[in-house]
Write a protein that binds this ligand. Structure first.
Ligand SMILES: [Zn+2]
Ligand SMILES: [Zn+2]
Length: 216
């Protein structure tokens, strides 16, 4: 007769060893790498389970990949705190969890007043087998036609609303920060035209007023 398998217990939460921090399914965590000189792995906890006596806690995780862990590697537009939600799941010992972290949406990340050690962001899902991304296209900006890297300062043109890297428009970051108004090259050439038109219009008006005065 087959022995009954030891029952596993599904846990609602787990307190990280050596801390008072509690994690729940859905939370994001940092997990120790075997090579401690490398940055920790980032994962989302799917479920937590323990052996029948509540020991040997394991977490089922869905890995976030850092750009350098992806097949295509890190690209210029990838942020320092960017991670990709992968389709790669694993079961790990809860002992390897070193802390909690937060993986923000791209939009929320750009709105953070300060980026802490535990703040990350995700704008792509990643298929670990093929190295492909969802979405496979995102908006590009500037003359260089690059996706937005939130680590790099960009300035917005008040004419066309496109965003530009200071370096791509021959400006230093300091100069760009001081700008109160910015029009890109193509918008400012259109703008000049408009100002010229209004100048000539006002000149005409002045001459009309003058001629009226002269008549008196
Ligand atoms: Zn650029
Ligand atoms: Zn413009």
């Amino acid at each position: 007769m087959a022995k009954p398998r030891p029952a596993k217990r599904i846990l609602d939460s787990y307190t990280i060893k050596g801390s008072n921090k509690t994690i729940k399914p859905g939370d994001c965590v940092l997990m120790r790498q075997p090579d401690s000189s490398k940055p920790p792995y980032v994962a989302r906890v799917e479920s937590i389970e323990a052996g029948s006596r509540g020991s040997n806690v394991k977490v089922r995780v869905r890995w976030y990949y850092r750009p350098e862990e992806s097949i295509g590697g890190r690209r210029q537009f990838h942020g320092a705190k960017e991670v990709f939600l992968s389709d790669h799941y694993d079961v790990q010992s809860a002992d390897t969890i070193e802390g909690k972290c937060f993986v923000h949406s791209f939009k929320n990340y750009t709105k953070l007043d300060a980026v802490g050690n535990e703040d990350y962001f995700c704008r792509f899902e990643y298929k670990s087998a093929t190295g492909s991304f969802i979405p496979d296209r995102i908006a590009v900006f500037c003359k260089c036609e690059m996706p937005y890297n939130p680590d790099d300062l960009m300035i917005q043109c008040e004419g066309c609303s496109d965003w530009y890297h200071p370096a791509c428009i021959d400006m230093t970051v300091e100069e760009a920060k001081k700008l109160e108004h910015f029009f890109c090259q193509s918008c400012s050439s259109q703008n000049e035209k408009k100002t010229e038109d209004s100048h000539s219009a006002s000149r005409q008006l002045e001459s009309k007023v003058e001629s009226k005065r002269r008549r008196r």
